[in-house]
Design a protein around this ligand. Structure first.
Ligand code: NAP
Length: 248
């Protein structure tokens, strides 16, 4: 299913909504954070670098948008206990969680499977897939308490159609697509909707790492795509569930 990036964010349309974004400190996560906060949502900004999270926090507050909450956590080292603690803190502070956006990820390396570094493979799987599984698993109970909660997994074209040398990254995105669909089926009769999204190319550090020799000047900035994410958390997108989304 394709959705438009051409969405006009209305002030306060997400007022009172609590939405957690992983990898909120730069790239697409930063753009998503700014736009969700612009729409009035309280964004729980999860990231491993507190200083970098604080920079975006200041940007949000200086713009006059809804004040976010910082949640420093390294998804590579996080254990089930860390996710349990997050669940308890969310439950105590807000009672319910309206949205969960699995945006954080690492590229790993572009390499034939035969030569792929095994330690790096595990790191990519831990951050891109296992962390998303553990985080979701821990937070279903607080998502269940929201009137209409949404979970979004950031995928990629190489997680829908295999491409040589994308290694652990592509495989982790295929697995995320499976996780998204399985979860959507399991939660079909609940208030929680679950989708995956391939955002297409965006001019971020990840893109530059994937295509070091490419001139990326004409590739769209993440800010041009983040309004579509706001749309996915508004009432206007009600009923979108179990979809593999992409943007136009
Ligand atoms: N850019 C594209 O063209 C493109 C295309 C298709 C899909 N996507 C997907 O879109 C999402 C965002 O991509 P992006 O381009 O914005 O990537 P990016 O610029 O590389 O940003 C990745 C984010 O993930 C965070 N992260 C990485 N490892 C982490 C860890 N161990 N714990 C916590 N946070 C961690 C990074 O934090 P640090 O600053 O601490 O490293 C950063 O905030 C990803 O899921 C990516 O796969 C991107």
């Amino acid at each position: 299913m394709q959705i438009s990036t051409n969405y006009n964010i209305k002030n306060d349309e997400l007022k009172g909504k609590i939405i957690l974004v992983t990898g909120a400190n730069r790239g697409f996560g930063r753009a998503i954070t700014l736009d969700l906060a612009k729409a009035g949502a309280t964004v729980i900004m999860l990231g491993r670098d507190l200083g970098a999270l604080e920079v975006v926090y200041d940007e949000v507050v200086d713009a006059g948008f809804a004040q976010p909450i910082l949640y420093p956590l390294d998804l590579e080292g996080a254990t089930p206990e860390h996710y349990q603690q997050l669940q308890e803190e969310l439950s105590d502070q807000f009672g319910a969680l309206d949205g969960l956006i699995h945006n954080a990820g690492i590229l790993g390396t572009m390499m034939p499977i035969e030569q792929y570094d095994i330690k790096l493979w595990h790191s990519v799987m831990q951050i891109n897939l296992n962390a998303a599984f553990m985080l979701t698993r821990a937070l279903i109970s607080v998502l269940n308490k929201a009137v209409a909660a949404r979970v979004l997994f950031l995928s990629s074209s190489v997680g829908r159609s295999a491409k040589a040398y994308w290694g652990a990254y592509g495989v982790s995105k295929f697995a995320l697509e499976g996780l998204s669909k399985t979860l959507a089926e399991e939660l079909e009769a609940t208030n929680i909707s679950v989708n995956s999204l391939d955002p297409g190319s965006m001019r971020t550090e990840m893109l530059r790492a994937a295509y070091p020799a490419k001139n990326t000047d004409k590739i769209p900035l993440p800010e041009s795509k983040s309004p579509a994410i706001v749309y996915l958390f508004t009432d206007d997108s009600k009923g979108i569930n179990g979809e593999k989304l992409s943007l136009f």
